[in-house]
Design a protein around this ligand. Structure first.
Ligand SMILES: [Zn+2]
Ligand SMILES: [Zn+2]
Length: 462
């Protein structure tokens, strides 16, 4: 993630979502999964497509409006209100305020499985530079009085639009499916705490229908018209944690009377670089990043504490445990070597976390022929490499062991993408950057992908 361009509020949070450093969503990667199950009938795909196309002018206006009103995690009051209103208009029974701003809509339509579809609703703290008519830079005042830049720089405005376009389309196609649909808006994906907040607020104990399957989409700066629907491990697990070193403060002119926590923090940053390089099996991917250091204020005062803000990425719980163990050992060793007060050892505080995102292979194989029938041959990428980026979508479903699929949807203009690739760049722009934008041609595509996934997963016996 391009943290240099992201406001400190987001930098201090989990930097989530899709990292495209080494991979890209493009035709070179396109290969369709073996068709283990036939596509939906062409006539039904055409009908569903036409329903979404007819609604697209409204959806484009909805998207622009959402983009013009970004809201940082857990403040998505306006966005959640729109989700609730639109779900109710489509006939869903709606519950609001789950996990502060989460919204859940249920549409029961006869016997069959229950499928949950998610859109995350929060924005980033980024100063927008797209120059688009709906892309003026915006500021948001927080409850504590601070004012921050805000921008939908991760495409969650598109996710909400896709979900609401899908809600209307699938309600119009009620005769074509049987089962229960649950569409929900999730708060605060960016700090990695929104899904857990909904679970903690009784998502699974409120009597809502339990999922048999779950489905999610995310924007990616690949060409419009392509999706990645790939099986297996997709995204890394993540933790964010703070480490605080305690020393003895004093005058900057007399360091011999102090124990300097700034020096301990600096040593820790360097020592952490050996956690992955010297302790973890080189064939097991992992990341330790120190995203922020907070210590002191004045040039001539040695403070009494220093806090490091760390982010971990991993695919195996054993690797995660090994990283935490090494970090603890390093912290202890540095404190002892520095002569830090024995009664104030370094403290490690765990904050947001997410498990790795692992797509159910059977579901991918079941859905991809239908997506390919919609988008065209070769436009469903089924071998997109796993990335070190992370998501919290799956955190709602891990406790229930619900199988799920999480897709990436291309949102970059194809000509712009081709030009970037020709110039040796993986993509023309990246999520979280101030120039990130969603091409309006991508607006109907996510709604169609959702709609066809629902029609396939809740197909009537034919
Ligand atoms: Zn993001
Ligand atoms: Zn995102």
């Amino acid at each position: 993630m391009n943290t240099g361009l992201v406001h400190a509020v987001v930098r201090a949070g989990v930097v989530l979502c899709v990292a495209f450093g080494a991979t890209r969503l493009d035709p070179a990667h396109a290969e369709t999964a073996p068709a283990t199950e036939p596509s939906l009938p062409a006539a039904l795909i055409a009908r569903a497509s036409a329903v979404v196309d007819a609604d697209t002018p409204r959806l484009v206006e909805m998207f622009k409006d959402l983009h013009e009103h970004p809201e940082i995690g857990f403040t998505e009051v306006r966005t959640a209100g729109i989700v609730a209103r639109e779900l109710r208009a489509a006939g869903f029974t709606v519950t609001e305020g789950i996990g502060r701003t989460g919204v859940v809509g249920v549409l029961a339509n006869g016997p069959g499985p229950t499928v949950w579809f998610r859109a995350d609703m929060d924005s980033n703290s980024v100063a927008e530079t797209t120059g688009l008519p709906w892309g003026a830079p915006k500021r948001q005042r927080l409850a504590d009085g601070r004012e921050i830049d805000v921008m939908h720089a991760c495409g969650h405005d598109a996710h909400v639009t896709w979900l609401l376009g899908f809600a209307k389309a699938i309600a119009a196609l009620k005769s074509e499916w049987s089962g229960t649909l649950v569409l929900y808006g999730q708060p605060a994906e960016e700090p990695g705490t929104g899904a857990q907040a909904m679970v903690d607020d009784g998502l699974w104990t409120r009597g809502l229908p339990k999922p048999d399957v779950a489905f999610g989409l995310h924007t990616a700066p690949g060409p419009v018209g392509y999706v990645s629907s790939s099986p297996g491990v997709r995204m890394a697990g993540t933790d964010q944690l703070d480490v605080t070193f305690f020393g003895v403060g004093g005058h900057g002119s007399t360091p011999q009377t102090t124990v300097d926590p700034v020096v301990m923090a600096a040593q820790a940053v360097i020592a952490y670089q050996t956690v992955v390089s010297r302790s973890i099996d080189p064939q097991a991917a992992a990341v330790v990043t120190v995203g922020a250091i907070e210590a002191g204020r004045d040039n001539n005062v040695i403070p009494d504490r220093a806090t490091l803000k760390l982010n971990l990425r991993w695919f195996s719980p054993a690797v995660r445990a090994q990283m935490l163990d090494r970090i603890d050992s390093i912290n202890r060793g540095i404190a002892i070597a520095a002569g830090a007060p024995a009664d104030r050892p370094p403290v490690r505080t765990m904050k947001g976390r997410a498990d790795p995102l692992v797509n159910d292979a059977a579901l991918v194989a079941r859905l991809n022929p239908t997506f390919e029938a919609l988008l065209g041959r070769g436009k469903v990428v089924s071998d997109f490499p796993a990335v070190m980026g992370s998501e919290d979508f799956q955190e709602a479903f891990v406790p229930l062991k619900t199988p799920y699929v999480f897709l990436l949807v291309g949102v970059a203009p194809p000509a712009m993408f081709a030009k970037a690739v020709a110039a040796g760049q993986p993509a023309p722009y990246a999520n979280h950057n101030p120039d990130f934008f969603v091409d309006l041609d991508a607006i109907p595509i996510g709604a169609k992908v959702h709609t066809l996934a629902a029609l396939k997963l809740l197909a009537k016996a034919r």
